[in-house]
Design a protein around this ligand. Structure first.
Ligand code: DOR
Ligand code: ZN
Length: 349
């Protein structure tokens, strides 16, 4: 594409969402169609209650997802294994070799929603991580320290320094995705690390900085973990996402919670971007004059990292504004989408 020419449509291979919360039961049925409309595949997070820690529970969850798909939808869920101190390397390898597990997810214990069963000390998981490095299986990391003495806005940068950099040094061949990168520190680390390290970037972290959470009052629907950071970090994320580098790819971290759990004295973390995710990313790439790199970020870099073929089908987006719904009906209560009630400048044809 020539610089200065603003196309009104863009056609790319069908994208995938490399980080997604689908939940279960009635909530799964309410949110899944929004993702399946836009994405061919998604890496499905295992933080259910109880969490998805073995092959049997992942197979059962995958079946519930497939059963919840609208008729005619073409969507493949890629399952993940929730890492605990007690995870068996043989189970992880068997799940990977039988195409049940696409990856393993590491939540530091108590870092976020449903992470109580997460890892208390990464040293305890080294036998699993060594096995994964040997078989080429990706480790997906929620990169925040849980030390309450560390300022919440510093928890990602401190995790990189204390845990992620040493892990990458000791197992440089282990494929790692630093999920939902929120800082310039994360961008710098991923760029300077070897080819085994990549990051996903959410739509909301490209759009909001931490001021948005406090704009005119407390905005619980803009609260997620890792929490949005200051403006310099948002700009670093925009540069990384639109750089054309294979190391950064699309992962929405769409994380629905009923409105009554968000608008509460102790509101849940999570932003529900699924209803307009691809369109919001397209708007960001347009704003950055980088629509020519949108396909790399949304549809090519992720499959390349995971060793999967890119999708054959295509999707066309048109510059045409539409209003994101204010509410999505769900049980046990409706969910508020990110940018609900606001206009988005691109639309899927
Ligand atoms: O904001 C978040 N919500 N961050 C996470 O890491 C988990 C997610 C959820 O499951 O709600
Ligand atoms: Zn997540």
């Amino acid at each position: 594409m020539l610089a200065g020419i603003m196309p009104d449509t863009i056609t790319i291979r069908r994208p995938d969402d490399w980080h997604l919360h689908l939940r279960d039961g009635a909530m799964l049925r309410a949110v899944l169609p929004h993702t399946a409309r836009q994405f061919a595949r998604a890496i499905v997070m295992p933080n259910l209650v109880p969490s998805v820690t073995d092959i049997a529970s992942a197979v059962a969850y995958r079946e519930r997802i497939l059963a919840a798909l609208p008729a005619g939808a073409e969507f493949t869920p890629l399952m993940t294994c929730y890492l605990t101190d007690a995870t068996d390397p043989a189970e992880v390898e068997r799940g990977f070799r039988t195409d049940v597990f696409a990856a393993v997810k590491l939540y530091p214990a108590k870092a976020t929603t449903n992470s109580a069963a997460g890892v208390t000390d990464i040293a305890r998981t080294m036998p699993v991580l060594e096995r994964m490095a040997a078989i080429g299986m990706p480790l997906l990391i929620h990169g925040e320290v849980t030390d309450p003495a560390i300022d919440i806005f510093d928890r990602e940068a401190v995790f990189i320094e204390r845990t992620l950099a040493p892990l990458h040094r000791s197992l440089p061949e282990l494929k790692i995705v630093l999920e939902h990168a929120t800082t310039g520190d994360a961008v710098d680390f991923v760029r300077s690390a070897g080819p085994s390290v990549a990051a996903t970037i959410t739509a909301h972290h490209l759009v909001i900085n931490r001021n948005a959470i406090f704009a005119g009052g407390l905005r619980p629907h803009l609260y997620c973990l890792p929490v949005a950071k200051r403006e310099t970090h948002r700009l670093a994320l925009r540069r990384a996402a639109t750089s054309g580098s294979d190391k950064f790819f699309l992962g929405t971290d769409s994380a629905p919670h009923p409105i009554h759990d968000k608008e509460s004295a102790c509101g849940c973390a999570g932003i529900f971007t699924a209803p307009a995710a691809l369109e919001i990313y397209a708007q960001v790439f347009d704003e950055e004059n980088a629509l020519d790199r949108f396909e790399t970020f949304a549809s090519l870099a992720g499959p390349r990292f995971y060793g999967l073929p890119p999708n054959e089908a295509t999707v066309t987006l048109r510059r045409a504004s539409w209003r994101v719904p204010e509410r999505i009906a769900a049980e046990p209560g409706p969910v508020m989408p990110f940018l609900g009630g606001e206009e988005v400048a691109w639309r899927i044809e």
